[in-house]
Design a protein around this ligand. Structure first.
Ligand code: NAD
Length: 738
């Protein structure tokens, strides 16, 4: 038995070496420099050892591996940036060589002369799947937890260690492109249907089946290294390909609006790679990968969607030194639309929930929502019957506040009304144990104001959920003026327990996410008023990278809610705080036309009975004289959406609401889908540079209103050529300590 740090190797009596990948101190195996060194050594050692006839590689963890450690890729960026200033040519060459390391290692394994079989016992993603594809045989367990994917495109890159070439030589081109350009997860059986794995077996048969492949004489030669190999469907020069390839870029453009260099590179790699011998194809892939790694999109997406998201999820903002709270019981007061789902996600995390409403009927109705969600998850195979029963058994409906006495945390989700909330705060605090935390899910009422009703404002905090709670990954944690460190720590422990990503912001009207979302919708009101055709507004937003157009989004959140917010703003801050034309538009929609949005099937869109699809309400065009589409510059529309949101995000930083740029970026992507390819609202500004952004703001302000005027912070950053991540360095404290 050889000893490595990350692997164990045991050779059995049949001469089959079982390589088990099990990184110490990590919950998941990932490719690091050290792992690559060791795998390289294992290939050498097993080739040299005449007793070894073949190798089975598997994982000692419940998952197989998540792929490359993206922090390693981040360090490649840093290296490249540093070297680029001195010599761009050598910097690119160095990056190219670094990128080729994994490709070379997998190719070495593939051509080592002894058969390798990958025994996929759990989720196998990215680089780990690329390694498995370089093995001569692949066996996967049929466990529900096995997910097979090349998800790199989701963080701005693409499978660059042979993945594009091997998948396209195993599966038909269309399925290969679909899998890689969307990053979708495949079940083991789907992967087998695509020809990506050879066998799917019961979990306990995994290793025996993998060994059997070798005993049965598995040839240590990849199909593409055999003479006369042809890709499935015959490659590029076939009638079927003549159907596929001319359409493929158009389909990709429809899905991504040309915003994702990584996705386009997949098409190029497959199309060009299938026309040349395998080793040349790998070089093509390596070149495109080097190119994509140099894009702002790849840099920003990896930073926000992987590194920052992970850091925030692991409690980057959690006060140090406060012991972790293991939440046993959580109270939810208000079993309505939000409260019922909050109770469900809490119970699904294994925490007991007391779900309170004004009477038992209302509380039971809230639990019934949980029952519906459980049923749906069982139907989709995400939960077993027993798991569903266990979740529901943890939710106890009640109309008696006394049941909250031993809860660690109580979350209120009652009507958005200061008086109702005041009564609830007082009633809960009557029974709440000392040290327990009270959280409000209010979406508009400042936390500091609500905390005035509390006897223990240091134990009072905002935990703002987004709808649908069971799907949305973000929660916004809001600090009142007096919120204590311990309270923040408990709130973050709770958010971690329910597996959502938190951002921590200071108190303000609309907090972070809704302030930005309101700007997005307000810009669409401006465009409607200017006479931009509604369909163009929606399409421009999607082309800018937003998942949902602003009018559709307004229908989802309800137009009467928009009216309520406008009215509340006027009541609190005066007439000047809003644009009267917006009030006119929104009140006409609600009060005159009775169009509330999706909830009454009438909003900016019409919502006919399924299966018919929603369509823009034709009458909307009669509100304002319409411009001709040819006279409207789509690019400017796109910029207006992104700039108005980014400016609002910058304002929240300037006002000290958001203190960490990672939170504005992650919050903007997870909260309302801000064009993910930018890396988020602040990375959008950093990506183009503050100077260019300020110039763009000035240009837009001249034509579309003073709300585009750059703020003094941005002017200052432009003058000093600063970035948000430089000026508000999230790692400054760690660097001080170091
Ligand atoms: P809802 O009307 O669906 O539910 C409110 C529930 O509170 C009702 O079941 C009601 O019976 C109950 N309730 C009222 N007074 C009560 C009392 N004194 N004691 C116990 N229960 C009482 O409202 P909702 O949409 O779930 O919103 C609840 C809160 O969540 C609001 O503060 C809202 O601003 C916030 N919020 C809503 C959304 C959203 O998308 N709807 C998103 C984020 C936050």
């Amino acid at each position: 038995m050889n000893t490595y740090k990350n692997f164990t190797v045991r050779t059995d009596a049949d001469g089959i070496a079982l390589v088990t990948w099990d990184m110490p101190g990590k919950s998941m195996n990932v490719f690091t420099e050290e792992v690559m060194d060791e795998l390289n050594a294992i290939v050498d050692a097993t080739v040299a050892d005449t007793a070894v006839k073949g190798v089975v590689i598997t994982s000692g963890k419940s998952t197989f591996s998540g792929g490359a450690d993206l922090s390693m890729i981040k360090s490649m960026f840093t290296l490249y940036q540093q070297e680029k200033a001195a010599n761009p040519q050598t910097a690119a060459q160095k990056l190219f060589d670094l990128v080729g390391r994994m490709t070379g290692l997998f190719r070495k394994l593939e051509t080592c002369g002894k058969p390798w079989v990958s025994a996929i016992n759990g989720t196998c993603m990215g680089g780990a799947l690329e390694m498995s594809l370089a093995c001569h045989g692949r066996v996967a367990s049929n466990a529900k937890s096995v997910k097979i994917a090349l998800p790199e495109v989701k963080v701005g890159i693409f499978p660059g260690a042979g993945g594009t070439q091997r998948v396209a030589r195993l599966a038909d081109a269309q399925s290969a492109l679909q899998m890689m350009t969307t990053g979708q997860s495949l079940s083991a059986s789907r992967a087998k249907a695509m020809n990506l794995v050879h066998q799917v077996v019961e979990p306990d048969q995994l290793i025996p089946a993998a060994k059997q492949m070798i005993k049965d004489g598995l040839k240590p030669v990849a199909p593409w290294d055999e003479k006369g190999f042809k890709a499935p469907g015959g490659g590029i020069w076939t009638p079927a390909s003549a159907q596929l390839w001319p359409a493929a870029p158009a389909i990709l453009r429809r899905e991504t609006a040309g915003n994702y260099p990584g996705a386009l590179a997949i098409l190029k790699c497959v199309y060009e790679g299938l026309q040349v011998p395998f080793d040349t194809a790998l070089k093509i892939e390596q070149r495109y990968f080097t190119q994509v790694l140099q894009t702002t999109e790849a840099f920003s997406m990896i930073r926000s969607l992987f590194i920052s998201m992970q850091e925030l999820g692991k409690g980057a903002r959690r006060p140090a030194g406060v012991p972790k709270t293991d939440l046993k019981k959580v109270g939810v007061v208000g079993a309505g639309f939000m409260g019922a789902s909050i109770a469900y996600v809490t119970a699904a995390a294994g925490i007991d929930v007391i779900l309170i409403d004004r009477d038992m009927d209302a509380a039971n109705k809230g639990k019934a929502t949980g029952e519906g969600l459980v049923k749906e998850s069982i139907g989709k195979g995400r939960l077993t019957q027993e798991e569903g029963v266990a979740i529901l058994s943890r939710i106890t409906p009640s109309a008696d506040y006394a049941d909250l006495k031993d809860a660690n945390l109580v979350i209120e989700a009652v009507f958005e009304d200061r008086e109702v909330k005041k009564d609830v705060i007082e009633a809960v605090e009557e029974v709440l144990s000392e040290g327990a935390i009270f959280a409000s899910n209010t979406s508009t009422l400042p936390i500091t104001g609500l905390a005035k009703n509390s006897k223990r404002p240091e134990n009072f905090i905002g935990i703002h959920f987004f709808s649908p709670v069971e799907k949305m990954m973000l929660t916004e944690v809001i600090l009142g003026k007096e919120t204590g460190d311990n309270t923040l720590a408990v709130a973050l422990d709770y958010v971690a327990a329910i597996k959502k990503t938190p951002i921590v912001v200071n108190d303000t009207r609309g907090f972070f996410v809704n302030r930005c979302v309101l700007r997005y919708m307000a810009e669409s009101y401006d465009m409607l008023i200017e006479g931009v055709p509604p369909a163009m507004i929606e399409n421009a937003a999607k082309m800018a990278g937003m998942p949902v157009g602003p009018l559709a989004l307004n229908d989802e959140v309800a137009i009467d809610l928009s009216l309520k917010i406008l009215k509340a703003t006027v009541a609190d801050l005066g007439e000047k705080a809003i644009d009267p034309r917006h009030m006119e538009l929104v009140s006409r929609m609600v009060e005159k036309e009775g169009r509330f949005g999706r909830k009454n099937s009438k909003g900016f869109y019409d919502y006919p009975a399924k299966p018919a699809k929603k369509s823009l309400w034709p009458e909307l065009k009669s509100f304002y004289p319409q411009k001709k589409a040819e006279g409207v510059d789509v690019n400017t529309l796109k910029q207006r959406f992104l700039v108005t949101i980014a400016l609002e995000a910058a304002r929240t930083v300037e006002e000290g609401i958001v203190t960490d740029p990672r939170e504005a970026d992650v919050g903007s992507i997870l909260g309302f889908g801000f064009a993910p390819y930018t890396g988020g609202a602040l990375s959008y500004i950093d990506g183009m540079g503050a100077k260019k952004f300020v110039e763009l703001c000035e240009t837009l302000a001249a034509s579309y209103g003073l709300h585009f005027k750059p703020t003094s912070l941005l002017n200052d950053m432009a003058a000093k050529d600063e970035t948000f991540y430089g000026r508000f360095d999230p790692y400054a404290k760690e660097k001080e300590v170091a």
